[in-house]
Structures are given as C-alpha cells and as structure tokens.
Design a protein around this ligand. Sequence first.
Ligand code: NDP
Length: 339
Amino acid sequence: PVDGGPVRFAVLGLGWFAPDVAIPAIEASDYCETTVVVSGGREKAERVADEKGVAHALTYDDYADGEASDAYDAVYVCTPNALHLPHVETAAELGKDVLCEKPLEANGERARKCVEACEDGGVELMTAYRMHTTRSIRWVRDVVQDGAIGDPVHTRGAFSYNLIAAGESMDQWRLNPDLAGGGPLMDLGVYPLNTSRFVLDADPEAVHATTVEGPPEFDGLEKYVAFTMEFPDGAVAECDSGYQVAGDNYFEVGGTHGRIRVDVPFNVDADRTITVSTGGEEQTVTVEEPSEMVEEFDYFATGLLTDMAIGPDGQHGYEDMRIADAIYESGESGGRIEL
Ligand code: NDP
C-alpha cells in the first residue's frame, strides 16, 4: 500500500479523456493528485502540465527510462488500446500500481501479458470500467442479486455511436486495427459485455456472434457486431454495438419475476433513468449519481492506501479480452465458441 496518501498519479496519453475527464476527476477526488503527465510530444506535455498545474511533464521515452519516478505512486494509462501493454510493463518494472483504461489491451494475449507483468512486479492492476463504480449500475446489481426480479434469465445491452454521421476523421486510432484491436466491440461493445458479467456476477461459457464489416476506411474492422453470451446457470446476454448506428445506449436485465432497464447507462456521467417492472407495475427510479470517475479514482486510491482488494482487476479485464477474441472468432466462423 501507499503510505498516507494522497496517491500521486502519472497520467499517460493526453488525448480527449485524460485531460478533459480524468485529470479533473483526480483534482476533484479526496485521495488522488496528478503529479506527472506523459505524452508523445514534449511541448504538449508541458502545455498540459502548465494548464493543469502539474509539476512534471514527460515524454513516453522519459517515462520508460524511469524519469521522475520518485514523483508518482501510480500510473493511469489512457493511450490507444494496443499501447497499454508497454506502459503497464514499465509501471510494473518501476513498482508502480496501475489503473489502466478499458479495454485492458487489444486482444486476450496482450491483456494476459499486462496481468503477468503486474503479478511479476508485485503491483496492483485495475481495469478502468466505470460501470463498477457507477451508483445506478451498482444498485441494479445489488437488487438483481437480492432477487428483486426473481432469477435472471437474460441481459440485453447496446452501446453504439455513428462516427461517420458525427463527421469524425477516418484517420484515427479507433479505426486502425493495429492500435484498436477491433471495431466498436473493443471501444463500446465491451460496456454491455462487461456490465452483463458484473450484474450477473458470472462469466460466460460460450459466445455466438454476427459481425458486419465496415467500409474500406475501417480497414477490415467491423462496423456492427451482435453477440450472445451463455452463462453457466442458463442466463443469456444479448448485446450489440456499432459505429454506424445512432445513439443506442441501454442495459436491461429480465428475470422470472420482472425486468429492470437502465437508459443511457454507458456515457460518462450521464443522467440515468432506471425502470423497474414487477408484478404488472412499472416504477421509475432516479439514482443521484456522484461523478463516476471521481468515485473510480478514489476507490482505486482507497484500495492502495488500505491494502483492500481492488476490482475489476487485471484478470477481470483479461477475461473480457478473451471473450472478445471468441466473439471475433465466432463472427468469422459463424459458429458457437466455447470459452
Ligand atoms: P484519444 O484519441 O482522444 O487520445 C489518445 C491519446 O493517446 C492521443 O492523444 C495521444 O496522446 C496518445 N497516443 C499515443 N500514441 C498514439 C498513436 N500512435 N496514435 C494516437 N494516439 C496516440 O483517445 P481517448 O482519450 O478517447 O482514449 C484513450 C483510451 O481511453 C482508450 O483505451 C479508450 O478505450 C479509453 N477511453 C475510456 C473511456 C471511459 O469512459 N473509461 C472514455 C474514452 C476513452 P499524446 O499526444 O499525449 O501522446
């Protein structure tokens, strides 16, 4: 554990999410502080450090060389998916605990290497799934586990975004197979996938998927994926995700005695509406949400400061990548894949 706190973070990858969402969340947290920012460009690192009042600005090479390593206790990795592993490996070698953005890496094998590196280095590895610290989803999980809708029969979930309609550039890492590891499944589909596992508190035994290849600019990546996951007690998750579908964003659990639906669960800090249907009656519950990224950083830091077990850990994030690999395999073969 880190003595006393606050936990001092090196933040890697100064694109959208780290400077706009994560660093402000660290600033608003009780137990965390940003002391180092790391970027591909020295000038960019210095500019962001200046803007955010951060003491140290490093390049990835400086970071890999262990520069300023006395100035931070933990690392927050927010680079493209296939660039998580090298930074996680460096952190593990330097003895720094890691909060790594989702998906843990670009495929199962690379995600497993992240887990192994952190085990070898004796450091914590948490996969940054916001849904585990989002109050509404935690509430749904608790009431489902308490039997509020009877035995869960299925989950349904979708998270999609039409990046072409939004006018986004086709020249971006999310459409580069080498950096993203996959299309919308890796970026968005992992949310209903992981939330199904979290809410059911179980891991699937088999998957079946349909993938639809995107236009040439997608470089062989899917533009749409629909998949089912079979859980050991018979529950089934039905999920889909696309880069050319406008705004699907919901999660639902159906059970033997009712159904719970959450609208707009997956956007960061969105207003969420929960509809509970049991015994022929429908009730709408609004859960007042604190900022989930603040919760996530404080949760991770509390784990480091107290030696409490931290989850979702690296193994949990690896499991998603193993499932994603099987989804792609099923999309290619058309067959059901046992995990
Ligand atoms: P952006 O494209 O906005 O930023 C990525 C940054 O990574 C770049 O700005 C760049 O920063 C750095 N980078 C390093 N090498 C490369 C490269 N070869 N090509 C492109 N960028 C590179 O991505 P996001 O911030 O949206 O996503 C980063 C990670 O965070 C991803 O793993 C993503 O899945 C995850 N994410 C999680 C979210 C959540 O809600 N939990 C939300 C959004 C993203 P620099 O110039 O400083 O090196």
